[in-house]
Ligand binder design. Structure first.
Ligand SMILES: [Fe+2]
Length: 307
């Protein structure tokens, strides 16, 4: 079974207009029909109106209909209803309620981006000129969607849906609080985190390198310092550089670069990280609102009210 990563996410938000404006500032291209695109991945983010912010749907790439049949059998064994129709398999994640669509789609192939030259001790890749990172003037444009992160009130059931049901592989874990899972050879495409309420923690978007993360976040914060959540830093699990920002609905969006890739299922050894390592390798300490977003209490009230 060839695993091809996420194709798109649909996020429900109370105010589609202001949220679309935010993701346009973030570097995605709006198309006026609720969809926004990345440069390499095409339409990868759809915004739809919902009273409470949430991940409504994720579309996952599969290689062929045989994959869908296998997944349908696995989900059925878990007692999860499956709707299999042609090139689409649809199942609802049983805890968070996100609709997972596994669709037969070609893999996303990215052209090789030119590598920025970096000088180091005894290693001069760039002589007599300023760094690419300080000369770049254009807007930062995410190249593709990387992963989505869900807070779940039942970590084991959410993990079972993705791993035993859909066939995701576990890459690493954060003690008994989180599971990084891949549906590709990239370190993670979905992370589920134990939480007091079901919610969308963040979506993550690839940019070319660490300079693009810095340039993108700096621009996002220029007139909106309230968008800052956490960065710049480097995660331990997945190794990626990161900077997290917050959209007007309260969802976080992450710029990432240099994620662990080309993971070989036979060689990769998943680890269980405790404490700080589960969160990051270096960077400023995460603010309390990173793991417990400010609107969690509000979301809990909303979920109890059935919204
Ligand atoms: Fe992330």
């Amino acid at each position: 079974m060839a695993l091809h990563g996420l194709s798109s996410v649909t996020i429900g938000v109370p105010d589609v207009g202001s949220t679309a404006a935010y993701y346009t500032d973030f570097g995605l291209t709006p198309h006026g029909d609720g969809w926004l695109s990345s440069t390499d991945g095409g339409n990868q983010l759809r915004l739809v109106p919902r009273e409470r912010r949430q991940l409504v749907e994720m579309v996952i790439r599969a290689e062929n209909t045989d994959d869908l049949a296998r997944i349908a059998a696995s989900l059925t064994r878990l007692g999860i209803p499956v709707d299999l129709d042609g090139d689409d398999l649809v199942a609802v994640e049983p805890v968070v309620g996100t609709r997972a669509v596994v669709r037969v789609l070609p893999p996303l192939v990215q052209d090789q981006a030119p590598r920025a030259a970096y000088n180091g001790p005894g290693r001069l890749e760039r002589r007599g000129r300023r760094a690419d990172g300080v000369l770049r003037a254009g807007p930062v444009r995410p190249t593709r969607l990387g992963h989505a992160v869900l807070g779940t009130t039942n970590l084991e059931a959410s993990k079972a849906f993705f791993v035993e049901g859909l066939g995701f592989k576990v890459s690493d874990s954060i003690s008994d609080k989180g599971v990084f899972m891949r549906w590709s050879t990239e370190h993670h495409n979905v992370l589920v985190l134990a939480a007091p309420v079901n919610f969308l923690h963040h979506t993550s978007w690839q940019v070319a390198d660490v300079d693009e993360i810095g340039r993108g976040a700096t621009r996002m914060l220029e007139d909106h310092p309230e968008r800052h959540i956490w960065g710049l830093g480097r995660h331990h699990a997945g190794s990626n550089f990161f900077w997290y920002l917050k959209d007007p609905a309260g969802n976080f969006s992450e710029y990432f670069a240099d994620m662990d890739c080309d993971i070989d299922d036979a060689l990769w050894k998943p680890e269980v990280f405790e404490g700080k390592q589960g969160l990051y390798n270096w960077g400023p300490p995460p603010p309390p609102s990173f793991l417990h977003p400010d609107d969690l209490a509000e979301l809990m009230i909303g979920s109890h009210a059935g919204r």
